[in-house]
Write a protein that binds this ligand. Structure first.
Ligand code: FPP
Length: 259
């Protein structure tokens, strides 16, 4: 099922009239997604919450394939937050194993697709085999030049900002930096997202309208796009709709209209 989905997805996207009509010159550089609603999707079908996460993983594959077909430069997904540890241990365990299993299954195909994967968050707290696999996947794909695909796992925006502040403070203490030298560039380079561009478009599925501690620094000027559709039901067509809507936004970055 998973394999069939992956192989079919690009045609599915490229054949859509909506895809053909997209203005390629107005696509976001960095698209980030809060994948919410897996539990509700499962509940609505009288399934276990974990079935919702498994279905959500299928959607990740479809959307990554769509991003490849659309040649989006950067896609970041919110897989597991620093707050998600509060969930029942069996659910946490399931999500972590799901990441491990799907990564094992997909590593070759992602590499063939020229995807460059990166993991963002407190990776040292993952179970050792998962930690090793994330490293292996990053190493394997580091020379790739296609979609930069970031998976935020054990990630929290506030935690990331604190982590950056501490590392900068240490550099000041050690005399490597002076307080006056601290600027946006240095801060950017101290975040887990070092080297990545700011978020242009932030998509959230599942009906809630909040940013839930995701990429707080990086989303300062992000355009927000929400849908009631739960993550397992999210489709390449809806993704294209979000991108189309983004293309119509008038971004001013605090300045005035250029028109
Ligand atoms: C939010 O739905 C989803 C999560 C916290 C887990 C995200 C994980 C996946 C989509 C699986 C991705 C898998 C891979 C391999 C990348 P929720 O549980 O908060 O849903 P609810 O709001 O309806 O309860």
């Amino acid at each position: 099922m998973w394999n069939r989905l992956f192989k079919r997805a690009p045609r599915e996207v490229m054949d859509l009239p909506e895809f053909q009509e997209l203005d390629r010159s107005r696509l976001p550089v960095h698209t980030a997604i809060i994948m919410d609603g897996n539990g509700r999707w499962a509940k609505g079908r009288e399934l276990l919450r974990t079935a919702g996460h498994a279905a959500g993983a299928d959607t990740v594959k479809k959307i990554l394939k769509a991003a490849i077909a659309l040649e989006l430069p950067v896609l970041t997904i919110y897989m597991f937050s620093t707050e998600n540890w509060k969930r029942p241990p069996a659910e946490v365990d399931f999500i972590m194993r799901l990441l491990f299993d799907r990564l094992m299954q997909e590593i070759d195909e992602m590499d063939e697709d020229n995807v460059k994967i990166r993991f963002l968050g407190r990776l040292d707290e993952l179970f050792p085999a998962l930690r090793e696999l994330t490293q292996k996947a990053e190493d394997r794909m580091k020379g790739n030049t296609g979609v930069q695909f970031n998976v935020a796992v054990n990630y929290g925006g506030q935690d990331e900002i604190l982590h950056a502040a501490k590392s900068i403070a240490r550099r000041v203490q050690q005399g490597e930096l002076s307080t006056e030298d601290i600027d946006g560039k240095i801060f950017d380079a101290s975040l887990y997202t070092e080297g990545l561009p700011p978020v242009d478009l932030l998509i959230r599925t599942g009906g809630d309208m909040r940013v839930s501690n995701f990429l707080l620094w990086q989303s300062a000027y992000a355009e927000l796009w929400f849908t009631d559709t739960t993550w397992p039901d999210f489709t390449p067509l809806l993704f294209v709709e979000a991108l189309k809507d983004f293309g119509k936004r008038n971004r001013r970055f605090g300045g005035l209209d250029n028109k």
